[in-house]
Every structure is written in structure tokens, then in C-alpha cells.
Design a protein. Structure first.
Length: 183
């Protein structure tokens, strides 16, 4: 096709280069280029610059906010860490106090139990002693009665006099105890 165009132009007798546009095309293109350049420079470029400045300010503001938020987060983390350490220390102190209180309670319970056991033992000994005394008195009177009956059978007379019978029984039991103690 290019060959056909060059051949047509050569046939018409013009010696014009087909790769270069005509001078009026160059003038009109330059004029429109200048108009478009002025419109871009006066209208589009300021708007574009304003938009980039706003975007840059927003980005810088967001970066500043992010830095501030990061500082606050770090401060909150430090505060949390400090409170956690305090809480652990306090929990340890409470645990130690509870252990000491537990030991005191156990010691008090043992002491109370020992006192109560001593009281019960003393009461039991007192009761045993009282029962022993009661049994001793009862046994003494029964042994005395049996001894009087036997003595009455041996002697052949009734020992009905209480004072005399009591004196005989007491003397007999005293002799019996003395012989027991001598063994």
C-alpha cells in the first residue's frame, strides 16, 4: 500500500515526503497541544496536586494516629504487665498468709483437742475414782454384812448391834488391808 501511495504521488509530480505531515496540520496540532497543555496546567494539575496533598496529609495523619495508638498500646501493655506482676505478688502473699493461717488453725485445733482430751481423761479418772469409791463402800458393806453373818454363825450369836458390828468389820478390813500392804 505504501508502494501504491508513493507511486501515486510520484505520478502526480509532487516530491513530498509521505512521512511528514502538512504544515497546516502541524500548526493546528501545536495550537491544540498548547490549549490542552494550558487546561491541564491550570485546571487538572492543581486539582491533581490538591488531591495528592490531601491524600498525603491523610496518610501522614493516619501514620501519626497509628503511632499514637501504638504508643498507647505499649503503655497499656506495660500497665497490664505491671498489674499482672502485682497481682501475682499479691496472690503469693495471700497464698502464704492462707498457709500460715491454716497452720495456726491446725495447731489451735490440735491444742484444743489435747485440752479436751486431757479434760475428758481427767473427768474419766474422776468418774472411775468415784465409781471405785462407790464400789469400795458397797463392797465393804456387803463384805461386812457377810462377815457379820459368818461371825455370828461361828460365834453362835447374832451381832445385831450396828456400832459393835461396824467396829468389828472395820477392824477386820483394816487387818486385811494391813496384810495386803505388807505383801
Amino acid at each position: 500500500m505504501l508502494n501504491a501511495l508513493v507511486t501515486n504521488l510520484a505520478a502526480e509530480g509532487e516530491a513530498h515526503n509521505p512521512l511528514l505531515p502538512a504544515w497546516y496540520d502541524l500548526v493546528w496540532s501545536a495550537l491544540w497541544f498548547v490549549v490542552i497543555l494550558l487546561v491541564v496546567w491550570k485546571v487538572a494539575l492543581p486539582r491533581f496536586t490538591k488531591m495528592l496533598d490531601e491524600r498525603s496529609a491523610a496518610i501522614e495523619g493516619n501514620i501519626a494516629k497509628a503511632d499514637e495508638a501504638q504508643k498507647q498500646a505499649e503503655a497499656a501493655l506495660e500497665e497490664y504487665t505491671r498489674q499482672l506482676a502485682e497481682a501475682r505478688t499479691e496472690a503469693g502473699a495471700i497464698r502464704e498468709t492462707a498457709r500460715e493461717d491454716g497452720k495456726k488453725i491446725v495447731a489451735e485445733a490440735k491444742e484444743t483437742a489435747a485440752v479436751e482430751a486431757a479434760r475428758l481423761t481427767t473427768a474419766a479418772h474422776a468418774q472411775i475414782e468415784a465409781e471405785r469409791q462407790t464400789a469400795f463402800v458397797s463392797l465393804r458393806s456387803e463384805v461386812g454384812g457377810l462377815a457379820l453373818d459368818l461371825a455370828g454363825g461361828v460365834v453362835g450369836e447374832t451381832l445385831s448391834d450396828d456400832a459393835r458390828a461396824t467396829a468389828v468389820v472395820d477392824r477386820f478390813l483394816a487387818d486385811l488391808e494391813a496384810s495386803e500392804a505388807a505383801k
